[in-house]
Design a binder for this molecule. Structure first.
Ligand SMILES: C[S@@+](CC[C@H](N)C(=O)[O-])C[C@H]1O[C@@H](n2cnc3c(N)ncnc32)[C@H](O)[C@@H]1O
Length: 307
């Protein structure tokens, strides 16, 4: 699971019950259990033997869900939030900028809810490794259990540890370090020790406030990191809509087409509108709200020190 995919659902498997992009949940398949959601009741026993990706009807036949194999991207959307978590735009950008790929060794702190850890693990598997550190004992234990349930123990090692006071306890092993901590600047010296001396080391610090970025950049500079850059990722989602085709006669006659009036009419009539389908066109429209600021991403590299 997560880095190896199964074809058929069996007892005990983790399944993402996907109703809509906004409505998903994760279940552990167990005969005798029933998933209840706003789309109906779904018996786990009926899921066993189906292929991942199958669509099943609710008991009454009025609703349906798809049974998906868990992936890091889906996990991020269903993970129980024990802390703030990283979302897909930041996860994808950080993974690329830290040059994560199979075989890389990564150090992360704090583990938090393990949202990013799952993606890192999938990206560096099967030959790489993630060492992740969390000083909140219960969070560390919960994440450890999840990594075990998700068959990630060969790729992930989690340690209950305060990395500011005690460092990472590992020197000269990491290709990349990722810090999602309130005071990342206090862990920069430890990060430098953990990074490999024989190759370029990369670091990313994830901080919501610009003052944290300033202090982090100063610390990175002091410890010899270079190419310090800061980014902010904002995702702009689009949705597909059906809108009536503007009248061609009006267009030819030169009468101005009032798109605003069309949009307002659409808005007021919403789904009640009964338009001839021949007159409809599919358009893509950005959603009115762009998901807000999550954090600033401060990146830097450490040149090889072992010549
Ligand atoms: C925002 S959460 C990380 C969320 C994580 N990136 C995710 O995607 O799920 C920050 C975590 O850092 C942990 N933390 C804070 N200070 C720490 C320290 N000195 N050593 C280890 N963990 C620490 C907190 O307990 C918290 O769980």
């Amino acid at each position: 699971m997560f880095h190896e995919y199964k074809k058929v659902i069996e007892e005990g498997d983790l399944v993402v019950a996907y109703a809509t992009p906004e409505s998903m949940s994760v279940i552990k398949v167990s005969s005798g259990e029933i998933l209840n959601n706003r789309y109906g009741n779904f018996w786990h026993s009926k899921m066993i033997g189906l292929k991942f990706g199958s669509k099943i009807q609710s008991q009454t036949g009025t609703g349906f869900i798809h049974l998906l194999s868990p992936t890091p991207a889906l996990w991020t959307q269903v993970v129980p939030h024990r802390t703030q978590i990283l979302y897909l735009p930041d996860i994808s950008f950080i993974s690329l900028y830290l040059d994560l790929k199979p075989g890389k060794v990564v150090i992360e702190s704090g583990t938090g809810s393990g949202s990013f850890s799952h993606s890192i693990a999938r990206t560096v598997a099967p030959t790489g490794h993630l060492f992740t550190f969390e000083y909140h004992e219960l969070r560390a234990q919960t994440a450890k259990q999840e990594f075990a349930q998700h068959n990630l123990t060969d790729v992930v090692t989690i340690e209950h540890r305060d990395v500011i006071s005690n460092g990472f306890g590992r020197n000269n092993i990491a290709d990349a370090v990722f810090l999602d901590l309130p005071a990342p600047w206090d862990a920069v010296a430890a990060a430098k020790q953990a990074l490999r001396a024989d190759t370029i080391g990369r670091i990313c610090c994830f901080s919501p406030c610009i003052e944290q970025v300033q202090r982090t950049a100063l610390a990175l500079n002091e410890h010899g990191f270079t190419d310090i850059r800061m980014f902010e990722c904002l995702a702009k989602n689009h949705e597909v809509r059906s809108v009536p085709l503007p009248n061609i006669d009006e267009a030819i006659s030169g009468n101005k087409i009032n798109f605003k009036a069309i949009a307002n009419e659409l808005k007021s009539k919403k789904r009640k509108m009964d338009i001839d389908t021949d007159q409809d066109i599919l358009v893509s429209k950005p959603l009115d709200q762009v998901r807000g600021h999550t954090s600033y991403l401060t990146f830097a590299i450490l040149a090889p020190t072992d010549n």
